[in-house]
Design a binder for this molecule. Structure first.
Ligand SMILES: [Ca+2]
Length: 194
């Protein structure tokens, strides 16, 4: 007991100071909480609008959170199933059961992990190399894509074999419903968008 009380006092003094510090930060924290809450309720309303139950919406939000944690570039959630790279270079769309997500915005190169433009999707905009793994679109999972960039724009697809190895190209407008018809299904690691 003696040992315990000897350390308890300084510890409680520290806790007291910490509590004061927390108190000072409370107003700012509350404001942040309110912002987060209103975003959460906005996304929950969007999920409800496409027919998801509260439980499904919560499960989807968990998946969005997991993908946000997995993305290696600065990014933020911008819709109930959508994450955007803060530099505008990419949009990640989390798949929603029962909600078709086969579209590809004009001037984007869109990739999907599933055949026929299903499952996880990422849309790239900038003319540069993208390492798929940086965008929570795991390496070796690309199966379908749409190249909806301006007509004639060429996207190039690479496998990592100790170095970047070119596998195939795609000239807009062009779509591939399944790479399982090719030698390159679940292989690509790097895409040079344009
Ligand atoms: Ca690979």
């Amino acid at each position: 007991m003696k040992f315990r009380s000897r350390i308890t006092k300084p510890v409680s003094a520290v806790l007291c100071v910490m509590a004061l510090a927390v108190g000072a930060g409370t107003a700012a924290a509350a404001a942040t909480d309110r912002t987060a809450q209103s975003a959460e309720s906005k996304y929950a309303a969007q999920a409800k609008a496409v027919g998801l139950s509260s439980r499904q919406a919560a499960q989807l939000q968990d998946r969005v959170d997991a993908q946000l944690a997995d993305i290696k570039v600065p990014a933020e959630q911008v819709a109930y199933n959508e994450i955007r790279a803060k530099d505008g270079s990419a949009i990640i769309t989390v798949s929603v059961p029962g909600v078709a997500n086969t579209s590809c915005t004009y001037e984007y190169l869109c990739l999907w992990t599933g055949p026929n433009w299903t499952d996880s999707k990422v849309s790239f905009y900038q003319c540069r190399d993208y390492d798929l793994n940086d965008y929570s679109f795991n390496n070796d999972t690309l199966t379908s894509y749409k190249n909806n960039q301006t007509t004639g724009t060429v996207a190039r697809f690479y496998n990592w074999e100790g170095r970047k190895v070119y596998k195939f190209g795609s000239t807009a407008y062009h779509t591939e419903d399944s790479l399982s018809n090719t030698p390159w299904d679940n292989m690509i690691d790097i895409v040079d968008v344009c």
